[in-house]
Design a protein around this ligand. Sequence first.
Ligand SMILES: *Cc1c(COP(=O)(O)O)cnc(C)c1O
Length: 371
Amino acid sequence: MVPFLDLKTQYFQIKEEILAAVTKVLDSTQFVLGPEVKAFEEEFAQYVGAKFGVGVNSGTSALQLALLAAGVKAGDEVITVPHTFVATVAAIRYVGAKVVFQDIDRESYTMSPEGLEAAITPKTKVIMPVHLYGQPVDMDPIMAVARKHGVLVVEDAAQAHGARYKGRGCGSIGDLAGFSFYPGKNLGAYGEGGLTTTSNEAFLRTLRMLRDWGQEKKYHHELLGFNARLEGIQGAVLRVKLKYLEGWTEARRAVAKRYDEGLAGVAGVVLPKAYSDRRHVYHIYAVRVKDREGFMKFLADKGVSSAIHYPFAVHTLKGYSDLGYAPGDFPVAEQVASEVVSLPMYPEMTDEMVETVISVVKQWSATNKPS
Ligand SMILES: *Cc1c(COP(=O)(O)O)cnc(C)c1O
């Protein structure tokens, strides 16, 4: 049996350290923000290559507050992709902005720079590319368009802890970036958590106020803020885990390499693309198959779990139907969403598990003789 995800094995490997760190927070009664969060903010920002980090209560808040700090207001336009987790799009809606979709590239599954400039209007405030699956977006052309038109860039780095583009950390390339520490993410808290990175001091100040009721000095509320603070326990857990992240990321990359090699040329299965100038951190290892349902059932029958990230392009979802788009508007995103399947991927996968997945996928290919 190969589960899709396993958080327990990792937890038991670091349990003693985690319990000591959590106990320290409990003993200090610094339950919200506090020294562990502050230290984590500094360590994580440094890890990413940004000057500052602001710990918040979720990746969604990290994006929402980044948009607010960027000055996005009701009626402004924000450009993002329809092939992402809905939180990307929800964050834009929460700040009252209009969502403008830009289709994805058919190889990287991330924002296509093609036609991006044509999507810019006088109302465009922010471009928000998503480093989906841990694959760094081709940022250079996007930054070039943004700079040319005086538009800011907010990276959705919720799946891209430690990913790099041409040597630069994802989360340090745009003006602001949002990370998620949802438990299943590459760096996961033991609860909810997120963080916004920036290297701009004015944004830093606004972000700190926004997450804490709009105050810098207690009870001097300068703007409409939120209760969006990161908890002390999560800060402590994340500090422990950050020390291991590089090792875990290399383990993910090793699994991906075995999949790449073991599944190369297997008929009917399109593998994810890796670029030599980008460090993919494989939050998700997504292949594409035509008969997804049959593929997933075949795997499940042989004890291999798989998942879909994500089955529907956002503009085709009922809850987002009022954005003014219709099926057919973004053909690449729609096709990719209809074909992607995520294979098991986590650092603790054994060689035997990886070989099992490869062998089962090969059996499917041989049995189904896809063209
Ligand atoms: C997980 C995720 C988010 C939201 O993060 P939460 O911590 O769950 O709020 C945003 N964007 C993407 C691409 C994500 O994967």
